[in-house]
Ligand binder design. Sequence first.
Ligand SMILES: NC(=O)c1ccc[n+]([C@@H]2O[C@H](COP(=O)([O-])OP(=O)(O)OC[C@H]3O[C@@H](n4cnc5c(N)ncnc54)[C@H](O)[C@@H]3O)[C@@H](O)[C@H]2O)c1
Length: 246
Amino acid sequence: MGQLDNRIAFVTGAATGLGRGIALLYAGEGADVAIIDRNRPGGLQVAEDIKKLGRRSVAIEADVGDEATVIAAMAEGAQKLGDPDILVNNAGIITVAAMEEMDTKTWDDMLRINLKSVFLCTRAVLPAMRTRGYGRIINISSQLAHKGGYGMTHYAAAKAGVIGLTKALAHEVTKDGIAVNAICPGPLDTDMKLPPEWAANKQNDLMIGRQGRVEEIAPTALLLATEAAAFYVGTTFNPNGGDVMI
Ligand SMILES: NC(=O)c1ccc[n+]([C@@H]2O[C@H](COP(=O)([O-])OP(=O)(O)OC[C@H]3O[C@@H](n4cnc5c(N)ncnc54)[C@H](O)[C@@H]3O)[C@@H](O)[C@H]2O)c1
């Protein structure tokens, strides 16, 4: 018996990094998983890995910040696997730019991919979750939403927005059996690379003295995807190596 037996999960940004780790963990716990990512080769590989675990999977190429693409991707996932019980809004980017040097496109791209995407993907799956009276939505924010960082006004604003969205949405959907929560990981050892000097400074802030591993965050996303998560309402989990103690 897996913790997610016969559940259907859609995970954005699951071609690599944390999303990949969450998708594989969910599949290992019995879920069928749609991989929604703009990285097609990576998505196809993860879908193959999931099929080897005996679960159904589909890789859907999509830019999660684009409305029409998201609507089409979610419809394709539902048609191929079924309506999702679980949505993980994980896809994201990072760039570093001090505010006075930041061009507007850099700001807009960040807000579009890291925040608007959460709105678009969630809005697309909510009607089916409401109809069934069950859903789990897990939004990946960041510890930088709490403490900020040099050159991170756009990233911190987007990720703090994810927390606000999570809390406000909980007011709208909890009564329909949908649990929406957020995770704010600390710095992770994934493809999402910061400039080396920034990363070195960050490491000194971390009480644990190293970056986090995907395997140290994915179990939180598993807990929030289970039936037992019903009593978590609009909360934020903070696996961050001691960067922010809240
Ligand atoms: N790496 C860290 O230190 C860290 C810390 C805190 C939070 N996070 C958050 O965790 C999440 C996962 O990051 P990661 O570390 O695994 O990075 P990653 O770069 O390995 O993975 C991000 C994934 O998102 C996909 N993606 C990016 N833009 C997309 C778009 N427009 N449409 C569809 N897919 C898109 C990428 O192709 C990639 O597969 C992100 O939301 C990130 O902000 C990361």
